[in-house]
Structure formats: structure tokens, C-alpha cells
Design a protein around this ligand. Structure first.
Ligand code: FMN
Length: 173
């Protein structure tokens, strides 16, 4: 049973989720492919996990291109979908909007892995945007009365849940 995890990331949040997922799937034959640097052949795998992070309301170009070129091939595979984003309140909308319906209807799992608004690796314009996204979250918390800042974070339990679904799907093959 060969498993492909194809993903897109810019600053490493999604990559960290994929690393955790790979560890959770130890014992299985897993190939991870960062789509910015590698274009895997979906047909070589028995099961595929696919995902990435959201920038300006879209997946990054490498994932968009991969989805466009491989939609038909992906439809023939047991498929799990995942995504990361900073506006956690919008994650359902992104999941529905950014993956083609044909894939969503066939997927055995569609899981939001959380996200971060980490500034460290960002360039100047990204820093400005990230600061404003962080401020919007923190200020809305203040306005709500009690001050409990909840910046987005990766959700390890969601990553582990994907691993559980993958093992179940692999048993059905
Ligand atoms: C320039 C920029 C634009 C972003 N745009 C969005 C967005 O439109 N919606 C959202 O929910 N998160 C947005 N984010 C947050 C990212 O989705 C989040 O930081 C994610 O964890 C990045 O994952 P990655 O490091 O794997 O690329 C943006 C972040 C940056 C730096």
C-alpha cells in the first residue's frame, strides 16, 4: 500500500502538520511531496492525501495547478483533504470553496489542520498583513469583554484524526 501526501506550504505550518502526520502513519509506505518543488504522479499511489495553506483566499499556485491537472486521477483514488489557514472562523468556507466538489464528494476525510499567524519568517508586506490579522483577532476579543487572546494554532488532534481515517481507509483497500 503506497500512500502519497502532496502538500503546498510557504512558511512551514502545513509542512509541520505533514511531518506529524507522517510520524503518526509510521509502519506505512508514505511518500511526501511538497508541490512547490515536486510534481508526484498520483497514479503510482493507492491512497492520496492532499492539502495546503490559504493565502489571500486561495491555495498557493502549486496546489491550484496540481488540482487542475490531476482532478480526474484524484477522483479515482481514496482521498483525504486537509488545509491550514489563519482565519479559523473561515475554515469551513475555504474547505468548501477551494477543493473541487468532485473531490470533496469522494474524499474519505476533509480535515482542517489549524494554522498560525507567525511573523518570524514573513517578508515586509506579509508582516504588515499578519500584524493586522493578529490585531483584528485580539481586538475583537477585547471588545467582547473578557480578554482571552486566541491566536490561531495548529491542531495536532486533527492531524492525528487524519491518520486514524487513513488507517481505516487502507484496511478497506
Ligand atoms: C500574505 C498572507 C496572506 C494570508 N491570507 C490568508 C487568507 O486569506 N485567509 C486565511 O485564513 N489565512 C491567510 N493567511 C494565513 C495563512 O494561511 C497561515 O499563516 C498558514 O498557517 C500558513 O501556512 P504555511 O506556512 O504552510 O504556508 C495569510 C498569511 C499570509 C502571510
Amino acid at each position: 500500500m503506497k500512500l502519497l501526501i502532496a502538500y503546498s506550504t510557504k512558511h512551514g505550518t502545513t509542512a509541520a502538520c505533514v511531518e506529524r502526520l507522517t510520524r503518526a502513519l509510521r509502519g506505512m509506505e508514505v511518500h511526501t511531496a511538497r508541490l512547490e518543488t515536486e510534481t508526484p504522479n498520483v497514479r503510482e499511489y493507492d491512497l492520496v492525501l492532499l492539502g495546503g495553506s490559504v493565502y489571500f483566499g486561495r491555495f498557493r499556485p502549486a496546489l491550484r495547478q496540481f488540482l487542475k491537472e490531476n482532478e480526474a486521477a484524484l477522483c479515482e483514488k481514496p482521498l483525504g483533504l486537509f488545509w491550514c489557514c489563519g482565519r479559523t472562523e473561515d475554515h469551513e468556507y475555504y474547505g468548501e470553496k477551494l477543493f473541487p466538489r468532485s473531490l470533496r464528494e469522494r474524499a474519505f476525510a476533509q480535515i482542517f489542520f489549524g494554522g498560525t499567524l507567525r511573523i518570524r519568517e514573513a517578508g515586509l508586506w506579509e508582516r504588515i498583513l499578519l500584524h493586522s490579522m493578529r490585531s483584528a483577532i485580539l481586538e475583537s476579543e477585547i471588545n467582547d469583554g473578557e480578554y482571552t487572546p486566541t491566536l490561531p494554532t495548529v491542531l495536532p488532534e486533527s492531524v492525528d484524526m487524519m491518520a486514524t481515517y487513513v488507517r481505516e481507509a487502507a484496511r478497506r483497500l
